[in-house]
Design a protein around this ligand. Structure first.
Ligand code: GDP
Ligand code: ZN
Length: 308
């Protein structure tokens, strides 16, 4: 049987078949997770093959995972060598940004984008709560909007509260798997509730789950919405960090820096003080955003590369 993993609790995985049957599955013996060292060999979002062990009780055993298109991985809090796969096969990451209550810095945005670029996940920036902006908020968001649209990111100015541009968000989500990220209080749960769902019970479960402390990374879950949208909710995704990104790789995930770097004199240019650096030239000519460059430097100099 083939199915999609909707929920993982550590020992059991809820696997949904195409015909919407749900099987509780375990893993057979030592299971190799496609060569990745992780505490969970199977992740929410995985397509798996399983054998039915008990048809009446709807139990099964997962025997194989389909190769993943992408996945979000996070270092385990306790076991330094191990990591945890938070979700897989993600079509869109929606990054929620608000100028105040809470405020979102451009550094936070750039760290998330660096992560999602490294994971190979398309990211859409949602500037939420536009109904409540004062002059400073508007100016701040306009600047961010220009910066990120100019380098190719899809950006939408929205209000979940007043339903402004929510249909556009839904259009992106239709028949796709999404994850939401952003600081606490930016409107992620409100968005979940604004999406059409016949699963009211489920959304209340989400909020309960969120309250149970941020370190419960094990309880990821996928939710279905009426337009075929799927959202993977995992407490860990709200602050997913970087894994194994070398200093000389960071520039490759800043899309505009990556493009320019082919014109730098040295192919290992870090765009600091090297001669004939195309990135520095572009910066001086105002062709790239100063905040992006400053954040690039800040991440380059941050040994931890973590942002919780
Ligand atoms: P989460 O922590 O990201 O899940 O944020 P919540 O969805 O819990 O929202 C935090 C607060 O922001 C709640 O009081 C929401 O009612 C409020 N909120 C969400 N979206 C909007 C919006 O578009 N405009 C305004 N003014 N408030 C909003
Ligand atoms: Zn350079």
């Amino acid at each position: 049987m083939k199915g999609l993993v909707y929920k993982s609790t550590g020992n059991w995985y809820d696997v949904h078949t195409d015909s919407h049957e749900v099987y509780k599955c375990s893993i057979k013996g030592k299971f190799r997770s496609l060569g990745i060292k992780s505490t969970n060999p199977v992740a929410v979002g995985d397509y798996v093959f399983f054998e039915i062990t008990d048809e009446k009780e709807q139990r099964g055993v997962i025997t194989k995972i389909e190769p993943r298109n992408n996945y979000i991985i996070r270092k385990s809090v306790n076991l330094s060598k191990q990591s945890h796969i938070l979700a897989s096969n993600i079509d869109y990451c929606f990054l929620f940004v608000t100028p105040s209550n809470p405020s979102t810095s451009s550094l936070f945005i750039d760290r998330v984008l660096l992560s999602t670029e490294s994971f190979g996940i398309d990211t859409i920036i949602l500037f939420n709560k536009i109904d409540s902006y004062d002059k400073d908020d508007t100016d701040y968001i306009e600047k961010l909007y220009k910066t990120y649209t100019s380098i190719g990111y899809q950006c939408l100015k929205i209000s979940v509260k007043q339903k402004t541009n929510i249909e556009k968000v839904k259009k992106f989500m239709e028949n796709n798997v999404s994850v939401f990220t952003g600081h606490s209080g930016v409107g992620k749960s409100s968005m979940m509730n604004a999406l059409d769902s016949n699963l009211n019970l489920k959304t209340s479960e989400i909020s309960k789950q969120n309250e149970q402390g941020q370190h419960t990374t094990t309880f990821a879950e996928m939710f279905d919405f009426n337009n075929g949208a799927k959202v993977i909710d995992s407490p860990g995704i709200k602050g997913f960090g970087l894994i194994d990104i070398e200093k000389n790789e960071i520039g490759g995930y800043f899309v505009e820096i990556a493009k320019l770097s082919t014109h730098c004199k040295f192919n290992n240019c870090l765009h600091l003080n090297e001669p004939n650096c195309a990135v520095k030239s572009a910066l001086e000519a105002n062709d790239i955003s100063e905040s992006r460059y400053v954040n690039y430097l800040s991440i380059l100099n941050d040994d931890e590369n973590n942002f919780r």
